[in-house]
Design a protein around this ligand. Structure first.
Ligand code: SF4
Ligand code: SF4
Length: 453
């Protein structure tokens, strides 16, 4: 009987690791393929040896092996280390959009806005001169310059820019009565048909809104938005485009998914206005809200170490858009998922891999009245302007960014359940994917030859 169990474990180990190797092959994870292939060969050997050969302490070793396997399963499945008291941090004050890097990068030297901004924030002048001395996003002369990649990304961003005028509009005079639950479900289902991977609703809070606008014609104007609800949508960034970050494929994918998420928000906002209710879409370059905070409160994820929304299935490998509205809706609940924050506390992989050294190591710190991890936005953006792309190395290496499939979802289950497994999963991710994974090769179709004039 014992021998049958040993053969069963031997076959299971072979099947488990060969499947993992096959999945990794499909994911183009060469490092993981090698490691899983080795385990496919090595892992059945202890069970086969115990089944086939007689030697001293055979029974004791067999029992110890079974206890080890049983212990591992318990660690993965049992809910150990759930912090029920965990609550998400609430910003103490609103953010001024003029302080974000995109807004600062759009300031024209010697203009009135430029002079005003740096007279109010003299400490930022020298920091910002650093990125101004670089070639700039999507510009020739940057280290990742590729005319095809940059022209593609620029095409997406220019298209979004053209759509900014449609974020708002007149609502229909004919108001259609709605049931909040039904219409909330309808919007969630429809947004997924339009391409969203997730959709959630929250009450619009003051801290979701910027205090003052910082882009184009909204610059310097107080943000006034009296809507009651905010709907957040996430869309997936393709893994094959993100894996070779910080190459041009990263900014191509950012542009594409800002556009895709923006299109969803524009259509949903227009739909709501057609029903006779106010609605405004918040899309790239025209946000009144801080999307990650809205998405977090709508139950779509947590804010991780790199300051981005971390979703349970795709990690930070998403882009977000939002619709604010007065359409009566049913709000969701924040995840309050301590396991993601605890994993970030143990992991630090993005901090180790960040070429700009912009992501902090260690515990959360008190900043602006709240405890959080705060990235160094100037260091990050200055790197972008020398690369020409939006880098994304942090998004690429994050263990949560692995594809949504049985291999990684099993690991995610363990991470969610057990604090011990979280510590183990960090080590396993390093073992199979590397502590500082090198950028993957560009997909073949993106390796287009650049001809000289
Ligand atoms: S890489 Fe690790 S520390 Fe960084 S956001 Fe992802 S899980 Fe958190
Ligand atoms: S985008 Fe790049 S520079 Fe910025 S935080 Fe992420 S890894 Fe660091």
């Amino acid at each position: 009987m014992i021998n049958i169990i040993l053969y069963f474990f031997s076959a299971s180990a072979f099947l488990l690791f060969s499947t993992a190797a096959f999945i990794s092959l499909k994911e183009n994870e060469a490092f993981a393929v090698k490691r899983f292939s080795l385990l496919t060969i090595v892992s059945p050997l202890p069970f086969l040896s115990l089944a086939l050969f007689d030697f001293a302490f055979k029974n004791e070793i067999t029992i110890a092996l079974f206890i080890l396997i049983g212990g591992f399963v318990v660690v993965v499945l049992l809910p150990i280390g759930k912090n029920k008291n965990y609550r998400q941090t609430i910003p103490a004050q609103k953010q001024d959009e003029r302080d974000i890097m995109f807004s600062r990068s759009e300031l024209e030297p010697d203009s009135e806005n430029f002079e005003n901004y740096y007279s109010r924030n003299p400490d930022k002048k020298e920091l910002d001169d650093n990125f101004r001395s670089q070639s700039g996003l999507l510009e020739p002369g940057t280290t990742q310059y590729n005319p095809f990649h940059f022209a593609s990304a620029d095409a997406s961003f220019e298209t979004i820019e053209k759509l900014r005028d449609f974020v708002n509009g007149e609502k229909s005079k004919n108001k259609i009565p709605v049931d909040p639950e039904e219409i909330s479900n309808y919007i969630k289902r429809w947004s997924k048909k339009l391409g969203a991977v997730d959709c959630g609703v929250t009450a619009l809070k003051e801290y979701h809104l910027y205090s003052v606008g910082g882009r184009s014609e909204r610059y310097g104007k107080k943000v006034v938005n009296n809507h009651k609800y905010a709907i957040a949508f996430t869309v997936e960034m393709a893994k094959e485009m993100v894996s070779s970050a910080p190459s041009g494929s990263m900014i191509m994918e950012s542009g594409r998914q800002y556009l895709e998420s923006g299109k969803i928000a524009l259509q949903v906002a227009k739909f709501i206005r057609n029903l006779g209710y106010e609605a405004r879409a918040h899309i790239d370059g025209n946000y009144e809200v801080i999307c990650p905070l809205v998405a977090r409160d709508a139950g779509l994820g947590e804010i991780g170490r790199m300051g981005l929304l971390m979703t349970p299935k795709l990690g930070p490998r998403v882009r977000i858009s939002v619709v604010t509205t007065n359409l009566p809706l049913v709000t969701g609940k924040p995840l309050n998922d301590y396991s993601m924050i605890d994993f970030c506390a143990k992991c630090e992989k993005c901090a180790a891999a960040c070429p700009g050294k912009a992501i902090p190591f260690g515990e959360m710190k008190e900043t602006g009245g709240i405890k959080r991890w705060r990235i160094n936005p100037e260091a990050c953006f200055t790197l972008w302007t020398s690369l020409g792309t939006d880098c994304g190395r942090c998004v690429s290496v994050c263990p949560y960014s692995h594809p949504d499939n049985i291999l990684h979802n099993t690991v995610r289950l363990g991470i969610k359940n057990s604090s011990i497994f979280r510590a183990l999963a960090v080590k396993l991710d390093d073992l199979f994917y590397g502590r500082k994974p090198r950028p993957a090769k560009l997909p073949d179709w993106l390796r287009i030859k650049i001809k000289n004039n």
